[in-house]
Design a protein around this ligand. Structure first.
Ligand code: ZN
Length: 289
């Protein structure tokens, strides 16, 4: 999970921008009446996400925004006036969408951003449909994997790229399943300065977004592209030379992102005595005969 600068657009401004080209006077009037409630819901959301108590928020889809604006109308304002190209809210949508560096999805840190994910789904929390801090730039898969899941406990809250900063601590690791082809299994480890809740949330983040599978598949491919190079180093310089090279790869990856799957993969290889001593041993010794 990668940190992203939070959007500073105010919920009321977003709402007024979105309704600026509505023709239906009754709808405009009701949206304006609902504005203070939407602002209050947004403020409460932010307070709860910071205090890790989002699970205490009750879904309000049955009443829309206090019965003034329906859930369907809130979904429509997001789809037709905020996310749709050429509509008044689209500039704000684009600004949020384009915030992550290199256009990488902050949730998985791997795929490309293509949409905005509602941290709390608009189907269950319609008042938060166009709340900027509830909208996270996301790849299609992360958005689609979570769907409309909501947390029922603090542990179930996935990490939030605007409010959680986990980039400075080492928490993503991989273990090697010994065999050929080599398999990497990713898991979350608890840094000393993390409490149990943060650890459980990070673990849940990996689980909900199915990141272990994504990382394993990509690590297997990345490793296979490096194997010939690594085998040559082992042949020339043995286990020690291999370890030095892998440490170098790990440090290079860590200099960019400490908890990328690449960093975890190289750390796992460098730390595996089985890999360093045994993996190439048979092939290299038999080719010398
Ligand atoms: Zn993603």
């Amino acid at each position: 999970m990668r940190k992203v600068q939070r959007p500073n657009d105010l919920p009321k401004d977003v709402l007024l921008t979105c309704i600026s080209n509505y023709q239906d006077e009754d709808l405009i009037s009701r949206m304006e009446s609902a504005a203070p409630l939407i602002v209050a819901a947004s403020d409460l959301f932010e307070e709860k996400v910071i205090s890790k108590t989002l699970h205490t928020l009750e879904p309000h889809d049955h009443e829309g925004v206090s019965g003034i604006v329906s859930t369907k109308e809130m979904k429509n304002i997001y789809n037709d006036k905020f996310a749709k190209k050429g509509q008044p809210g689209r500039d704000i949508y684009d600004r949020i969408l384009n915030a992550p560096k290199l256009n990488k999805c902050p949730i998985c840190g791997h795929r490309v951003v293509s949409t905005l994910d509602h941290h709390l789904p608009k189907a269950k929390f319609p008042a938060l449909s166009i709340t900027p801090v509830n909208l996270i730039p996301s790849c299609y898969d992360c958005n689609n994997t979570k769907k409309t899941a909501i947390p029922f406990s603090a542990e179930e809250e996935t990490l939030h790229p605007y409010f959680d900063d986990v980039e400075g601590d080492l928490w993503l690791k991989a273990e090697i399943l010994e065999g050929k082809p080599i398999v990497f299994k990713f898991y979350v480890t608890q840094p000393d300065n993390w409490d149990e809740l943060k650890y459980k949330r990070a673990r849940n983040h990996l689980k909900i977004f199915e990141l272990g599978k994504l990382f394993s598949i990509n690590a297997a491919e990345e490793y296979s592209m490096r194997e010939l190079t690594l085998k040559r180093i082992y042949t020339k310089s043995g286990s020690e030379g291999l370890k030095i090279q892998l440490k170098d790869y790990a440090e290079s990856a860590e200099a960019v992102h400490l908890n990328s799957w690449q960093s975890a993969m190289f750390r796992a290889l460098e730390g595996s005595n089985w890999y360093l001593d045994k993996y190439f041993e048979t092939e290299v010794s038999s080719s010398k005969i």
